[in-house]
Design a protein around this ligand. Structure first.
Ligand SMILES: Nc1ncnc2c1ncn2[C@@H]1O[C@H](COP(=O)(O)OP(=O)(O)O)[C@@H](O)[C@H]1O
Ligand SMILES: O=P(O)(O)OC[C@H](O)CO
Length: 493
């Protein structure tokens, strides 16, 4: 029996999980960190806090499991993607807060690139829709706004990385400046067809190549942790963006298999195999996890506010004391009473792509209570995900017959039942819903010989509950229409 350690650096919290090679959870530790909102539409994290909270949870998880570094076969890192860190190579100090994927400050730069007619060329090279979401414009912003950064970057004094790079750098005491294909694909600087940093993109985005990390497959022997951190050297053998990692952890290895992760945002990914699909319906193409020289791809729909709307019910509206309470509150009324909640607090992502959209609660009446709003908030998560699946079904070569789900908000059965009702296909919740972390553990285990192949991993996937659609299809369609009407009010065409 072997143990694998997964470091899962998410948007809302840092988490570490110790897995047995069977995929069973042995112990876990989690720590929230500060969200900084310096201006409307801006979202930042303190990169040092990301690292210190991640390290604290790694140590705590090992202690809870009663094991030490020598017992760990390998560790994998998975992370919130696109979030951009720039640090000094000499000192390891970040020169600015991490600019988080949700941050919209680079909208004007995106508009300029669009006006220059570059959106389509960027989409062809990267699979991405030109939007502030991705790292490139955030990196450009840091280089332009931090005193002296541009000159220092050109001299090779600065390193750029997504959060996986930043953690790998710190874990190895500054020996490794690396990332994997699934993270590189989110920067908008990586050519997903050729598998390389793209010189034209670097020129358009004004990024000096000196800042870039080395890129490897997601399952790869990257190096070892500095013994000072975990009490011994542990091989780092997996890096992956959290959503591609979840696709891997859900064992969606065959083309046509899809998963939706309900975390801070919602991310639906469909495996398209070795074919890079070209979406006609507002989805993006992205690199899936890679374990050898063969490139794999996924179609993705990204919803910027998913479970975060429940945090807003807790922290903003103060309708609940804990996120777990939302199910009981929403379940205390039979329906949303005509309320539709569009939770686009940080713009609308796929398939609409409206960076400037704001959230809205529509259909209020004298009878509306917090319970109706809570229910409409959960429905808003499901409506956004259903719009993604509809787009995916139109784009996909093969029909999607079921949806595997995971992430913090998938604990909510009311949400998943409504999701199945809207979609008209079964929604499958696995026994291990920490599939993001599991994917990273699997990638690390594959690179170090703990596992032989993907088939062995697929055999370990177990369902906990299947949510079958029960709603009449005409009613489901009418509900989707009410959602689309609300969207057109938030964002008049
Ligand atoms: N019972 C619940 N119902 C709905 N949402 C929930 C529930 N429990 C947690 N959440 C939401 O799930 C999110 C956390 O999920 P998680 O997968 O840990 O996110 P991340 O990886 O983005 O940090 C939070 O936004 C939280 O509000
Ligand atoms: O931290 P999560 O789970 O909300 O995931 C964030 C995504 O990676 C952003 O693209």
């Amino acid at each position: 029996m072997a143990y694998l350690l997964a470091l899962d650096q998410g948007t809302s919290s840092s988490r570490t999980i110790v897995f047995r090679d069977s995929g069973e959870i042995v112990a876990s530790a989690q720590q929230e960190f500060t969200q900084h909102f310096p201006q409307p539409g801006w979202v930042e994290h303190d990169a040092q806090e990301l690292w210190s909270s991640q390290l604290a949870t790694a140590r705590a998880a090992l202690a809870k499991a009663g094991i030490n570094a020598a017992d760990i076969a390998a560790l994998g890192i998975t992370n919130q993607r696109e979030t951009t860190v720039v640090w000094e190579r000499a000192t390891g100090r970040p020169i600015f807060n991490a600019i988080v994927w949700q941050d919209r400050r680079t909208e004007a730069l995106c508009d300029r690139l669009r006006a220059d007619g570059l959106a389509e060329a960027i989409r062809r090279k990267t699979g991405l829709i030109l939007d502030p979401y991705f790292s490139a414009t955030k990196l450009n912003w840091i280089l332009n706004h931090v005193d002296g950064a541009r000159a220092r970057a050109a001299r090779g004094e600065l390193a750029f990385g997504t959060v996986d790079s930043w953690l790998a750098w710190n874990l190895t005491g500054g020996r490794l400046h690396v990332t994997d294909v699934s993270n590189a694909a989110r920067t908008m600087l990586w050519n997903i067809h050729e598998g390389c940093w793209d010189q034209e993109l670097l020129a358009w985005l004004d990024i000096p190549p000196e800042v870039l990390p080395e890129v490897h497959p997601s399952s790869h022997q990257y190096g070892s942790t500095d013994p000072q951190w975990l009490g011994g050297a542990v091989p780092i053998a997996g890096l992956a963006g959290d959503q591609q990692s979840a696709l891997f952890g859900q064992a969606c290895f065959e083309p046509g298999m899809a998963k939706n992760t309900y975390g801070t945002g919602c991310f639906m990914l469909l495996n398209t195999g070795t074919q890079c699909a070209d979406s006609q319906h507002g989805l993006i193409s992205t690199a899936a996890c890679q374990s050898d020289a063969t490139r794999h791809y996924a179609l993705e729909g990204s919803v910027f506010v998913g479970g975060a709307v429940v945090q807003w019910l807790r922290d903003g509206l103060k309708a609940i004391n804990s996120t777990a309470e939302v199910e009981a509150l929403a379940g205390s009324v039979p329906d949303s009473g005509g309320v539709v909640f569009v939770p686009s607090f940080t713009g609308l992502g796929a398939p609409y792509w409206v960076p400037s959209a704001k959230g809205a609660i529509l259909g209020l009446s004298r009878g509306t209570t917090q319970a109706h709003i809570a229910r409409a908030a959960l429905e808003g998560i499901a409506f956004q995900s259903a719009a993604l699946l509809q787009a995916m079904m139109r784009d996909a070569a093969t029909p999607i017959t079921e949806l595997r789900v995971d992430g913090g908000a998938c604990a909510n059965s009311l949400l998943l039942q409504f999701q199945a009702d809207l979609l008209g296909i079964p929604v499958l919740r696995p026994q291990v819903t920490e599939t993001t972390a599991l994917g990273a553990a699997y990638l690390a285990g594959l690179a170090t010989g703990v596992y032989r192949n993907r088939e062995q991993l697929a055999a370990q996937w177990r369902v906990e509950r299947v949510f079958e659609p029960t709603m009449d299809r005409a009613q489901a369609q009418e509900r989707m229409h009410s959602w689309e009407r609300a969207i057109s009010q938030v964002h008049p065409a």
